[in-house]
Design a protein around this ligand. Structure first.
Ligand code: ADP
Length: 547
C-alpha cells in the first residue's frame, strides 16, 4: 500500500528506541495477539478491502504492523498516560485496525464509535469516559468536543492533529494485561449507554477459546459486516488475524444493498461471512441466484439474535455445502459459544442450540433464587464462568455488581460470574437452547437495544409526560421487519400535542438511527395492568387490531 503524502499538522516521528515496542510477544495484549502472524507470514494479506469496480486493496501483515508502529509513534508524541481513553470514530478499515492496535501497544483504552453516532451521544461518551483524545476518520471535526480533549483525524499513512490533548500527569510505567483494552458502549436501561470495559487478558482469552473451533485457516478471507463499535467486529478481526487469515471489512453502507453486498463478497473472494442474521434477508429475497453463485464461500457465522428458521433453510438450499455456525453471547464476554447448525436441519426443529461455552468457559443455569438448574427442559438464566469476562461497566459499580455475581457453585471464593439476563433450557445432552430475555432488552438488526433508553429520550421532550416503546411485528415468514413503536402521552400543559416527526427528530439527535421509533401513537394515557404496570400486551394488541 502506498504511503500518503505528509498530512497537515503531522507530528514529528519519535525515534523507535524511545517507544514502548509492539510487545515482548507474550500474546496477552490485544496487539500482540492480532499481529502474531506478522512475524510468521508478513507478506500474507491481513486486510482485503473492496475498492469498487471489482478492484480490491490488499494490506499485508507487514504493512499493518508497520502502520501500527508508525501510528503508535505519532500518538506517543501526544504524551498520553497508560489507561487514557481514546475515542476512535471510524468504520472498520485497515487504517482503523492499525489505529486501535497502536492504542493497544501504548496501553491506551480505545472507545470505538460509529461515524453515524449523533453528536449528543458522542459528547456524552467523551464526557463520561473523560477521554483524552478524539480521533476520527472523517476530515471534518465534530462540534462541541470539550476543549481539554485532543482532536485529530487519521488515514492510512498518518495522523493530523487539530488540537493536542491537555497535558497529562503520567503516573504509570508498566503495562498490565488486566488494563482495559477497549470500552464498548451498548444501550442501557437507565437511559444512558452502558460502557462495557474489556481487559487485554479477557479479549485474548476469548480469542483463544474461539480459535479452538478452527473456523478459519490462513487461506481464508473473513468478511465482517458489523460496524467497528459493535464488539462483533472485534470478534471478526480476532477470528481473521488470529488465524493468520485476511479480514474483509464490508462497508456499512453496502450491507443493506443486496446486489452490492454480494458484489463485495464476490470481488474480495470472501470464504467466510460473519454478521447478524438480517444481513442475509434482502439477498435471500431479491438476489438468490447471485447468492448461490458465491462459489468461494465456505462458512457463515451469525450472532446477536435468532436466525429465523425459514430463512436459514433457504440459505442452506442456496449454499448447500457451507458450514453455518450460531454464535451466542453478549458484549460483556464478547461472545460465549459457537454451535454448528446441523445439516440438514431436522424437520420440526423449533429452536437452534447455542451449545456449550468455548473451551475454558462454562454456561450454567440458575433459577430466580440463584439456585443451579440441572434438569433438562427447565428454564433458567444463563450465567457464564469464563476468563473472558468484562471488568465492569464504566463508572457504574451498581450495574457491575448486578451483572458480575459470586459464582453460585463456589460463592466463598470471591470469583465472579456473568449474569447474562438471557433465559435458556438444557437439552438431554446438556446443550443450551436460548429462549428469550428476562428484561426489556431487544435486538434490532442485531443491535442490542434497551427499550427504556428510548422511553427515557421521549420523556426528555418537554411536551411528553409518559412513553412506552415496543418492538412489534415479526421477521418471518416474509413479514415486515419488526418495527419500534412508541406510545406517547402528551404533557397536559403543552399548548399543542407534539407531532410524530418532531419526536422522531428529538430521538434522532441523541440515539442511533436503529433506536428511533418508526411509528409513534399519541394516547391520553397508557393502559395499566391490575398491579399498575404499563400494560404492554394491551398496547401490542391494540396495534394488531388497528392493522
Ligand atoms: P453480541 O455482540 O454478541 O450480539 P450484545 O451485547 O449486542 O452481544 O447482545 C447480546 C444479547 O443478544 C444476548 O444477551 C442475547 O440476548 C442476544 N443474542 C446474542 N447471540 C444470540 C444468538 N446466537 N441467538 C439468540 N440471541 C442471541
Amino acid at each position: 500500500m502506498d504511503a500518503l503524502p505528509e498530512l497537515p499538522g503531522q507530528l514529528p516521528v519519535q525515534p523507535p528506541g524511545q517507544l514502548p515496542g509492539l510487545g515482548p510477544h507474550s500474546g496477552e495484549f490485544l496487539h500482540e495477539f492480532l499481529l502474531a502472524a506478522a512475524r510468521k507470514s508478513p507478506d500474507r494479506p491481513a486486510v482485503v478491502e473492496s475498492a469498487g469496480a471489482g478492484e480490491t486493496t490488499v494490506t499485508s501483515y507487514r504493512e499493518l504492523s508497520d502502520q501500527t508502529r508508525s501510528f503508535a509513534e505519532e500518538i506517543h508524541g501526544l504524551g498520553l498516560d497508560i489507561g487514557d481513553r481514546v475515542i476512535l470514530e471510524s468504520d472498520t478499515t485497515a487504517a482503523s485496525i492499525a489505529l486501535f492496535l497502536a492504542c493497544s501497544s501504548l496501553d491506551l483504552t480505545f472507545v470505538p464509535v460509529s461515524p453515524d453516532t449523533p453528536d449528543e451521544r458522542l459528547l456524552a461518551i467523551a464526557e463520561t469516559t473523560e477521554a483524552a483524545l478524539h480521533i476520527r476518520a472523517a476530515e471534518k471535526p465534530r462540534e462541541g468536543i470539550p476543549h481539554n480533549v485532543g482532536t485529530a483525524c487519521f488515514r492510512w499513512g498518518g495522523i493530523a492533529v487539530d488540537r493536542r490533548p491537555a497535558p497529562r500527569v503520567r503516573r504509570r510505567r508498566e503495562k498490565a494485561v488486566t488494563d482495559p483494552a477497549y470500552i464498548i458502549f451498548t444501550s442501557g436501561t437507565t437511559g444512558r449507554p452502558k460502557g462495557v470495559v474489556m481487559s487485554h487478558r479477557a479479549v485474548t482469552a476469548f480469542y483463544r477459546g474461539m480459535l479452538a473451533h478452527r473456523i478459519a485457516t490462513p487461506e481464508d478471507r473473513v468478511a465482517s459486516t458489523s460496524p467497528l463499535q459493535f464488539d462483533f467486529s472485534l470478534l471478526n478481526i480476532g477470528l481473521a488475524l488470529g488465524s493468520g487469515a485476511a479480514l474483509v471489512p464490508v462497508p456499512q453502507a453496502l450491507v443493506r444493498w443486496p446486489r452490492r453486498f454480494l458484489g463485495v463478497l464476490r470481488d474480495t473472494g470472501a470464504t467466510q461471512v460473519n454478521g447478524v442474521p438480517s444481513i442475509w434477508r434482502q439477498a435471500l429475497r431479491r438476489e438468490p441466484e447471485r447468492l448461490a453463485a458465491l462459489e468461494r464461500l465456505r462458512g457463515v457465522l451469525f450472532c446477536g439474535e435468532d436466525f429465523p428458521l425459514p430463512e436459514l433453510r433457504r440459505l442452506r438450499e442456496l449454499l448447500p455445502d457451507i458450514r453455518i455456525v450460531n454464535c451466542y453471547g453478549a458484549t460483556e464476554s464478547m461472545a460465549c459459544s459457537f454451535e454448528e447448525v446441523p445439516d440438514p436441519l431436522p424437520e420440526g426443529t423449533e429452536r437452534l442450540s447455542i451449545g456449550f461455552a468455548h473451551p475454558g468457559a462454562e454456561m450454567l443455569l440458575i433459577d430466580t433464587e440463584g439456585n443451579i438448574v440441572d434438569d433438562p427442559h427447565v428454564t433458567g438464566e444463563i450465567v457464564l464462568r469464563s476468563p473472558a469476562l468484562f471488568s465492569g461497566y464504566w463508572a457504574d459499580p451498581e450495574a457491575t455488581d448486578a451483572a458480575l455475581i459470586p459464582d453460585p457453585l463456589n460463592p466463598c471464593s470471591g470469583q465472579r460470574v456473568l449474569r447474562t439476563g438471557d433465559l435458556a433450557h438444557k437439552g438431554e445432552g446438556g446443550e443450551m437452547y436460548f429462549c428469550g430475555r428476562k428484561d426489556s432488552q431487544v435486538q434490532i438488526r442485531g443491535n442490542r437495544v434497551e427499550l427504556p433508553e428510548i422511553e427515557g429520550r421521549l420523556l426528555d421532550h418537554p411536551d411528553v409526560t409518559a412513553a412506552a416503546v415496543l418492538l412489534l411485528g415479526s421477521a418471518e415468514p416474509n413479514g415486515a421487519e419488526p418495527a419500534l413503536t412508541a406510545f406517547v402521552v402528551p404533557a397536559p400543559q403543552s399548548p399543542a400535542p407534539p407531532d410524530a416527526a418532531a419526536l422522531r427528530t428529538h430521538c434522532a439527535t441523541a440515539l442511533p438511527a436503529y433506536m428511533v421509533p418508526q411509528d409513534i401513537h399519541l394516547l391520553d394515557a397508557l393502559p395499566t395492568t391490575p398491579n399498575g404496570k404499563t400494560d404492554r400486551p394491551a398496547l401490542a394488541a391494540a396495534v394488531r387490531e388497528a392493522a
